[in-house]
Ligand binder design. Structure first.
Ligand code: PBG
Length: 323
């Protein structure tokens, strides 16, 4: 006597009926890079289909995002000017702050998430304020809080700190509340690993550290219990959503986070994950659509409620084709 598990795989219809995990456009958030200047739509060489947009051409991608049925975007700014303390990051008239206003002009209800970090804005490329060659945690917190406040003033719906400083969520929650932004939510990049998968992003955002690495603030890829401690801290400090980043090599971390907490879990499928599939597909080594769908399905199956991904627009197109 044995079980005939294949019965429920016999036809497409029964397979559809018993499917446990389904991707929809409402699962994805699309990252957008904005730059100073005019009339710019420039492809990032390592990330085909990902562009730098100047503000005057931002409507092109925002319209595409809305037509695809996506609900949200996350904005990254590339300033013209960098300095030791990354002034451009908390300038009320900075690149991201203006981008938020612009997106809101184009779309009245698209959900706008803003990344809070200093690495695109500092001359040294680290995610905080330096004291000698060390990133000083508590000094950085003051700046990070100011960045969050300036983004909230610009109209951001959700603040997403990716700096990995201790106490960042508490610092942001308190400055937002003190200034009347009690309804602006926070998504902590809670379990953010020191990962080689960020390579193409650093080219896209011009944000590589000029010396050393990020290992004193981002997490060791070998650790998962430590990720739970980071997540616990962010939740205690007031994070509404927690994130695991990267996604594909960290599905176990997503699953642990999901099993342990009731807050929504976001996964960030990072630039290296995207670039590897694009490069392999270009060489004809893999079926891009099938691979990308399977990757994102695995993130959702692991427990992610939402996925930040450069594949968001492609996935929406492929999902439409399938219907
Ligand atoms: C900024 C930041 C990074 C990413 C998102 N926010 C890069 C880093 O920490 O070096 C990576 C995103 C990606 O690779 O797609 N700190």
């Amino acid at each position: 006597m044995f079980k005939r598990n294949r019965r429920l795989r016999e036809t497409r219809n029964i397979r559809d009926l018993v499917r446990e995990t389904i991707l929809t456009p409402a699962d994805f958030v699309f990252p957008i890079f904005v730059v100073e200047g005019e009339n710019i739509k420039e492809e990032v060489s390592s990330m085909p289909g990902t562009y730098h947009f100047s503000l005057d051409r931002l409507h092109e991608v925002i319209e595409e995002v809305e037509e695809a049925g996506l609900r949200g975007v996350i904005l990254f700014g590339l300033p013209d000017h960098k300095d030791e303390v990354g002034c451009g990051s908390y300038d009320n008239d900075g690149i991201v702050q203006r981008a938020v206003k612009k997106v809101r002009e184009i779309s009245k209800d698209l959900f706008i998430i803003t990344d809070v970090c200093m690495c695109q804005y500092t001359s040294h490329g680290h995610c905080g304020i330096l004291e000698g060659s060390r990133v000083d945690n508590d000094k950085s917190l003051k700046y990070i809080a100011e960045i969050a406040l300036s983004q909230a003033r610009a109209g951001s719906d959700m603040i997403a700190p990716s700096d990995m400083m201790d106490g960042h969520v508490a610092a942001i929650r308190s400055i937002l509340d003190d200034n009347g932004f009690t309804n602006i939510s926070i998504m902590g990049y809670s379990a953010k690993y020191s990962s080689a998968f960020y390579g193409p992003f650093r080219e896209a955002a011009n944000s590589s550290p000029k010396f050393g690495d990020r290992k004193t603030y981002q997490m060791d890829p070998a650790n998962i219990r430590e990720a739970m401690r980071e997540i616990d801290c962010d939740i205690e400090e007031g994070a509404d959503i927690i994130m695991v980043k990267p996604a594909l090599s960290y599905l176990d971390v997503i699953r642990w986070a999901r099993d342990r907490h009731d807050v929504p879990v976001a996964a960030y499928s990072v630039s290296g994950e995207f670039a590897m599939v694009k490069a392999a597909a270009k060489q004809g080594l893999v079926d891009e659509k099938a691979i990308a769908m399977e990757m994102h399905l695995s993130m959702k199956r692991a427990g992610a409620d939402m996925i930040i991904t450069y594949y968001a627009l492609d996935l929406c197109r492929w999902l439409r084709e399938k219907m």
